[in-house]
Design a protein around this ligand. Structure first.
Ligand SMILES: Cc1cc2nc3c(=O)[nH]c(=O)nc-3n(C[C@H](O)[C@H](O)[C@H](O)COP(=O)(O)OP(=O)(O)OC[C@H]3O[C@@H](n4cnc5c(N)ncnc54)[C@H](O)[C@@H]3O)c2cc1C
Length: 415
């Protein structure tokens, strides 16, 4: 078959590679070069322990405080609130304890396949030099923040995630650059990271082209399904019939899903990063400042500080003050950090209210497949998504239960 994959972010590139491995002809379409969207600037962590959804009772309790705190990890642009209401209602419903348990179980099943799915692609692309097997460290300045995180760590442990308590004396040896005032640390030894997510995705895209794949730089403007199921794609270069389709346009996937006859309450949690080109300190593994949900990682090109979730329109201008506010948080954790010349960036996380991606065949357009909505975990779940889409296209049994990832879970206002 000939697949057209819309979106050359990490998810689209991985879908293209896995479909190509099955012998399909594949064309990737993106308005920019590969990894020019959200996949460009993420924290680079393949977070296989991150099975706790964003919506939990604990998070709901903290929302009022977070919203009033300009340095807080969550902010809503108030003028956007009416449009956001349907998303927020589902977000609140997803925070029910029974839903949180079920979502965590599903996420854990997907995350369990994430690293093996990457190893296949990374080995084939010869991109091992962009990967480090260091695990990920969570640190806490206060007893209160550590105590507040305990239910989430317990949920992760219940789902098979290995989390090791790290005594502070040991932390000092593992990460000498961290402040001696840090009170608690836990280590996720099985996570891996990339030294640059954009370079990784581009290395995978280059492998796709070396193996005969085509990348077309075009902006998709429309999509139509004829009554017999035939698909046609309109771009700034013209309209053409296409054989099979994968929608992997990240936060921009809602419109194309609607064209394929399905509803999805997809929205965007905008996130920011700051790159410090001459940080003067180095971390041996990515560190999450648990008190503020901010990630820090040493990368090719400097030290990256990534975090915050800002609910605002896709086309709202970036508010780089959000990014610059991360500096004070990180300086407290890394006192010797040189904060000169910070380079800010903003990206659109493609977020569903239940923190689960949409990975399925389009129910009302069976020649199309949906692969988006990976929220905070699109790098982590990129390769496994590609594998699952290839399984669906081939009619093979998937290694996990895909029902909870189906787009129709949002149908008819089902919560
Ligand atoms: C600050 C921050 C830190 C993060 N840290 C991590 C992390 O450490 N680990 C992790 O797993 N995840 C992390 N994430 C999340 C991760 O970056 C995203 O989930 C992931 O990049 C989504 O990938 P994607 O391929 O679905 O979307 P994107 O990378 O956004 O790709 C979508 C592509 O579609 C293209 N496109 C859209 N519309 C059109 C159109 N009309 N025509 C043509 N092309 C179009 C875009 O140009 C884009 O290239 C982080 C996100 C942020 C913001």
């Amino acid at each position: 078959m000939h697949f057209t994959v819309l979106g050359a972010g990490t998810v689209g590139v991985c879908c293209a590679l896995y479909l190509q491995r099955d012998g399909h002809h594949v064309t990737l379409v993106d308005r920019g070069e590969p990894a020019s969207g959200c996949s460009y600037g993420n924290g680079g962590i393949i977070q296989i322990g991150a099975c706790v959804p964003i919506a939990t009772q604990g998070v709901l309790r903290q929302v009022p405080k977070m919203l009033l705190d300009p340095e807080g990890p969550l902010i809503i642009r108030w003028q956007y609130l009416p449009r956001l209401a349907p998303y927020l209602m589902r977000f609140i419903a997803a925070a029910r304890p029974s839903r949180v348990e079920a979502i965590a179980k599903t996420l854990a099943s997907v995350l369990g396949q994430a690293i093996p799915a990457y190893r296949t692609l990374i080995a084939a692309a010869g991109a091992q030099d962009l990967i480090r097997e260091t695990g990920e460290m969570y640190i806490y300045h206060s007893d209160a923040a550590f105590a507040a995180a305990r239910p989430a760590h317990d949920l992760r442990r219940r789902n098979g995630v290995r989390i090791l308590d790290v005594p502070v004396e040991e932390l000092r040896q593992l990460e000498p650059a961290l402040a001696p005032t840090i009170k608690h640390a836990v280590w996720f030894p099985d996570c891996i990271r990339t030294t640059n997510p954009a370079l990784l995705t581009r290395a995978l895209a280059e492998k796709f082209v070396r193996d005969g794949g085509q990348i077309r730089q075009e902006t998709v403007t429309d999509l139509a399904v004829a009554p017999d199921g035939t698909l046609s794609l309109a771009t700034d270069r013209g309209t053409r019939a296409i054989d099979r389709l994968v929608v992997a346009t990240g936060a921009y996937s809602k419109r194309w899903t609607e064209k394929l006859g399905s509803f999805v309450p997809l929205d965007t949690e905008r996130g920011y990063h700051l790159m410090l080109p001459n940080p003067g300190v180095e971390l041996n593994r990515p560190v999450i400042v648990g008190d503020h949900r901010v990630g820090i990682s040493s990368m090719v090109g400097g030290l990256r500080i990534a975090g915050t979730a800002e609910l605002a329109r896709l086309d709202a201008p970036p508010n780089y003050r959000r990014a610059h506010r991360l500096l004070a948080i990180v300086k407290r954790a890394l006192p010797d950090l040189n904060i000169a010349d910070p380079q800010p960036w903003m990206g659109h996380r493609p977020s569903t209210p239940d923190s689960l991606p949409v990975i399925c065949q389009a129910p009302r357009a069976p020649k199309a497949f949906l692969a988006f909505g990976h929220g905070h975990l699109g790098l982590t779940m990129g390769a496994v998504t590609g594998r699952l889409i290839a399984d669906l296209a081939a009619g093979r049994d998937a290694p996990i239960d895909l029902k909870p990832l189906h787009v129709d879970r949002f149908r008819a206002n089902r919560f």
